[in-house]
Design a protein around this ligand. Structure first.
Ligand SMILES: Nc1ncnc2c1ncn2[C@@H]1O[C@H](COP(=O)(O)OP(=O)(O)O)[C@@H](O)[C@H]1O
Ligand SMILES: [Mg+2]
Length: 413
């Protein structure tokens, strides 16, 4: 019997870790297709001094902390380089975690990223060398001309954005200058607005992707709509392919992606969220899927000895991008193949079928239990003000009851 310790690096959240710990405990011992037996334990990682030669106790770490807290980030680099710990995600991919790098990669691969321009900082960079360097090398530029060329409306947003920080929609020169003046020391992109028909947000965990209809104008708890047929099968496949492609390209195994679909065309706009939101209050109906996928992918990686990859293999992808005679659709097929190879999709599906056949029933049983209802109540109490508790508890109970109904008939079928 092999024991695997899964470490969780957490910030303020309690909801998904509680769910993950519970499911990991309930699945019990797992027999891999090669007959070996595996048990999974979880532990929340604490922050403390560490010697660089210390051996970590963890075999796999799911990280939602190191993007802002540098002690665990440096610890993750150490365990990645020295101890081959399996990471979701590796901090070595953080260099590309600004959306700028994702835009460049996606453009290089021939995807339909809207017209995008990076403009220099509005305010001087805080560095003693700046005045001299800027006087000598910064070219004056005409912001209005850039905006004219892109065309209104457009979006101004930080090159490394997240959570809508500093994002504005701009329809005329006055708004353009107001937004640029307010950008200060943030480095901004100007991007052509896509007047989309539908907004698809997809969450990928290893070899699985859930594409959800997103309503950005709604308050947080209503942003994900429960709708199973809002994209044509072909567009759905395209969104999944682009999500997996970007993840395989940058070695992200846990990432959410945003795509705007207009007149049947799929435009990626935000593909670098490699510390994605998996909160119960935002994912609601899709929360059990997310936790299940996290447990499955962790179990798969550990029980099959999947090796973490720190390096990028861009050449392989660029060869498809540069292949003469391949249409956009042909390239998507080739990219999907590369991404599925990287994620070992087929082997993953076999593993889930053979070794985790009981998981659906385990999760269904748990979500329908009083224990899960406690999780709903505790989470709502920690997130919303008192006068909203009842409303949000009922809201979540309703959506999860819908999931239980749908999942029961899916499992029965
Ligand atoms: N090119 C665009 N066309 C239309 N809407 C956009 C565009 N870029 C951003 N938006 C809107 O602004 C929101 C935030 O922008 P996004 O690039 O996702 O930044 P963040 O990383 O902060 O989420 C998007 O969810 C979308 O609603
Ligand atoms: Mg976004």
């Amino acid at each position: 019997m092999q024991r695997h310790l899964i470490g969780l690096l957490l910030g303020t959240e309690e909801d998904w870790p509680r769910a993950f710990e519970e499911i990991a405990r309930r699945i019990g011992t797992v027999t891999a297709p090669d007959g070996t037996r595996h048990a999974f334990e979880t532990e929340r990682i604490t922050i403390e001094p560490f010697a660089l030669r210390d051996r970590p106790r963890y075999d796999l770490v799911i990280d939602r902390l190191a993007y802002w807290y540098y002690v665990p980030r440096e610890w993750l680099k150490k365990v990645a380089l020295m101890d081959s710990v399996y990471l979701l995600n590796s901090p070595f991919t953080f260099q590309s975690m600004e959306k700028h790098a994702a835009y460049c990669a996606m453009l290089r691969l021939g995807l339909k990223v809207p017209e995008t321009v990076l403009v220099p900082y509005k305010n001087p960079v805080d560095n003693a060398r700046y005045a001299y360097t800027a006087a000598k090398y910064n070219q004056p530029f005409d912001l209005d001309a850039i905006a004219e060329r892109i065309g209104y409306p457009l979006f101004m947003k930080p090159y490394d954005g997240g959570a809508w920080r500093g994002v504005s929609r701009i329809t005329n020169p006055a708004e353009l200058h107001a937004a640029y003046d307010a950008s200060g020391e943030m480095l901004m992109h100007l991007q052509k607005a896509v007047d989309y028909d539908v907004f698809a947000r997809s969450l990928s965990i290893g070899a699985e992707t859930m594409v959800m209809k997103f309503q950005p104008d709604q308050p947080m708890h209503l942003r994900y709509a429960v709708d199973h047929a809002f994209l044509s099968p072909q567009q759905g496949t395209e969104v999944v392919t682009i999500s997996r492609l970007v993840n395989a390209f940058f070695r992200w195994e846990f990432n959410s992606c945003e795509t705007l679909v207009k007149a049947g065309e799929v435009h990626p706009i935000d593909y670098a969220n490699a510390c994605p939101d998996v909160a119960l209050t935002s994912l609601h109906y899709y929360f059990p899927w997310a936790i299940k996928a996290l447990v499955k992918w962790s179990a798969f990686a550990l029980a099959t000895g999947r090796r973490p990859r720190l390096d990028l293999n861009t050449r392989l992808y660029f060869e498809v991008a540069d292949a003469v005679g391949l249409s956009y659709a042909d390239k998507l097929v080739a990219y999907r193949q590369l991404a599925d190879n990287y994620f070992e999709t087929e082997r993953y599906e076999e593993f889930c079928g053979a070794s985790l056949g009981h998981l659906d029933a385990v999760v269904l049983d748990w979500v329908a239990s009083p224990d899960f209802d406690n999780l709903i109540v505790d989470t709502v109490r920690s997130v919303y003000p008192a006068h909203e508790h009842e409303q949000f508890i009922e809201h979540l109970r309703g959506l999860l009851a819908m999931w239980i109904r749908d999942e029961s008939s899916r499992v029965a079928a």
